[in-house]
Design a binder for this molecule. Structure first.
Ligand SMILES: [Fe+2]
Length: 255
């Protein structure tokens, strides 16, 4: 399996603080059946000052440590980009690492603030889409406004945004409302990717294996395969050493 949203780099955000913790998280991911992890450190000016260069450097360093430790996890990198007044400048300065290109669009993991949807967000999405950048909205089921009214996310879906639901939400780890909204989004067919958003060894673990069975039970094998295998695979890019994905299609999740 491929995990497209996780915080595994040491000391760069609210993920693991040390290399030792990073390696422990990576071991958890591997034991779960994750073969590829696209690390997505927060890019949130004023809070988490990660840059494309620092993420690339730190990702390579962690990959080297994994290889040294014999932990069979291949890393790639993107970023969880906070919607802020800086985002237009970040894009224009080519400061944001994207996932791979799919159907002519570069895919960017976009995080809304947790409490609301910022006025003007639709305008920003239109601006991004014009530039062939497709936002994948991180965990909309945990946004307080969407939790109150799922319809608020509809305009973004209709404009072409993808939605990424967090695995733990489906397990109720972020409360009953996030769980029911995540289910509602799945029922509407609006979920493009389920990722772990793994941060630590506690509640927010880098695990996905159980989701496969859950999605099959809920919908179909095809749906589980699309959300957990095919779509993530299409989003790997050259920052990921994906020769193993070529040799061993990432079906270990049992989808
Ligand atoms: Fe995240």
């Amino acid at each position: 399996m491929i995990d497209l949203h996780c915080h595994l780099l040491p000391g760069v955000d609210d993920g693991p603080a040390t290399l030792e913790e990073s390696l422990q998280l990576c071991q958890i991911a591997v034991a779960d059946g994750i073969t590829h992890a696209i690390v997505t450190p927060h890019m949130h000016p004023g809070r988490w000052e990660n840059t494309k260069e620092s993420i690339e450097r730190d990702c390579k360093a962690l990959q080297a440590a994994l290889d040294d430790a014999g932990i069979a996890l291949k890393l790639g990198y993107a970023a969880e980009v906070r919607l802020s007044e800086h985002i237009v400048q970040q894009i224009e300065n080519d400061e944001i690492p994207f996932y791979g290109e799919v159907d002519g669009y570069q895919i960017m993991l976009l995080e809304f603030p947790h409490g609301h949807i910022v006025p003007g967000s639709e305008k920003l999405v239109a601006w991004l889409m014009e530039r062939k950048i497709r936002p994948m909205i991180a965990h909309p089921e945990r946004n307080k406004a969407v939790m109150r009214d799922v319809e608020l996310i509809r305009p973004f879906v209709e404009m072409g945004c993808w939605l990424q639901v967090t695995a733990g939400s489906l397990q109720g780890k972020f409360g009953e409302r996030a769980e029911s909204v995540a289910r509602e989004l799945l029922d509407r067919g609006w979920v493009d990717v389920v990722a772990s958003d793994g941060h630590n060894r506690g509640v927010r673990r880098p695990e996905l294996d159980w989701v496969s069975e859950y999605l099959v039970r809920l919908g179909s094998v095809e749906c589980a395969n699309e959300i957990l295998v095919e779509r993530p695979k299409s989003m790997l890019n050259e920052s990921t050493v994906d020769d193993r994905a070529e040799r061993e299609p990432a079906t270990s999740g049992g989808a």
